[in-house]
Design a protein around this ligand. Structure first.
Ligand SMILES: [Zn+2]
Length: 279
């Protein structure tokens, strides 16, 4: 079998599709799921020639199984950019969750809505889970018999996930993390980076990382009202411009979640304060 295809379990093969994506990653992890006769393709990379060549070569190495469904985990281009190409090349339907479909349609007008639920791929039981946060319509694929989760961008292999407004919703993402912890997968195939072999530890780290940032925000606001740039300077200090902007976006995500959870409130001048808790 080609070195470009890595078998993760009896029913899952991983393919790295090189292309434009978030740093430090250099491509998207795509997956073929099923049997020698029938598979689904999970994500398509950015649609550039390096990605499409990698997917075509992997499919050939697997013996050209029938592709009965292309699953787009969410509406980010590094995952759906190759959807139109893949739909034609593999003669397969393209599906995405309703909440992310609008983002995909301009590139892939054939994309249909996929609803969460249980089904089977060539006899392999799978479950489509709607786990929002990174985007509103993030779908993950769960293989209950293998305890294996294909997590899209809910989980990344080598860094924490990015959850920033307007598409990202940290309040929803926190609930997604709790559901993933309860699911207790043995292996996670992420949208980018290395296979996660210790999901419990990695997910616990994700949860603690967010909680730590919440505590920093709350501690700073306990001293008085602060604007987003003031909070960002206090937490991130002086950084390169693109990191500084990324930090501010992350902070906006935390503030939006804390506001929804009744912990902070935004003043008319744009500064944030802790909400007074009635005694
Ligand atoms: Zn994404």
């Amino acid at each position: 079998m080609s070195a470009a295809v890595e078998q993760l379990s009896p029913a899952v093969w991983r393919v790295h599709a090189p292309g434009l994506t978030l740093k430090p990653y250099e491509g998207t992890q795509c997956y073929f799921v099923g049997t020698a006769a029938e598979v689904w393709l999970v994500d398509t990379g950015d649609g550039g020639p390096r990605a499409t060549e990698a997917l075509a070569a992997a499919w050939a190495a697997l013996g050209e199984p029938r592709v009965s469904q292309i699953l787009i985990t969410h509406g980010h281009r590094d995952h759906f950019g190759g959807a139109s190409w893949a739909g034609e090349f593999f003669q397969a339907l393209v599906g995405v969750h309703a909440a992310d479909r609008a983002a995909v349609l301009a590139d892939c007008p054939a994309a249909e809505e996929l609803a969460p639920g249980r089904c089977a791929i060539g006899g392999v039981p799978v479950e489509l889970l709607h786990l929002p946060g990174h985007t509103p319509g993030q779908l993950n694929l769960w293989l209950p018999e293998e305890h294996l989760l294909l997590a899209g961008d809910n989980v990344l292999g080598d860094t924490t996930s990015v959850v920033v407004p307007p598409a990202g919703d940290l309040h929803a993402y926190r609930q997604t993390l709790e559901r993933l912890l309860a699911l207790s997968p043995s292996v996670i195939g992420p949208g980018h980076g290395s296979v996660v072999r210790d999901p419990r530890g990695w997910l616990a780290y994700y949860r603690e990382h967010r909680a730590e940032r919440d505590r920093q925000v709350v501690d700073l606001l306990a001293e008085g009202a602060l604007s987003v740039p003031e909070l960002s300077a206090a937490i991130y200090g002086q950084r390169e411009v693109h990191l500084y902007r990324a930090g501010q976006l992350m902070l906006l995500g935390h503030l939006a979640a804390l506001e929804r959870e009744g912990v902070v409130t935004e003043l008319s001048d744009g500064r944030y304060v802790l909400r007074e808790v009635p005694l």
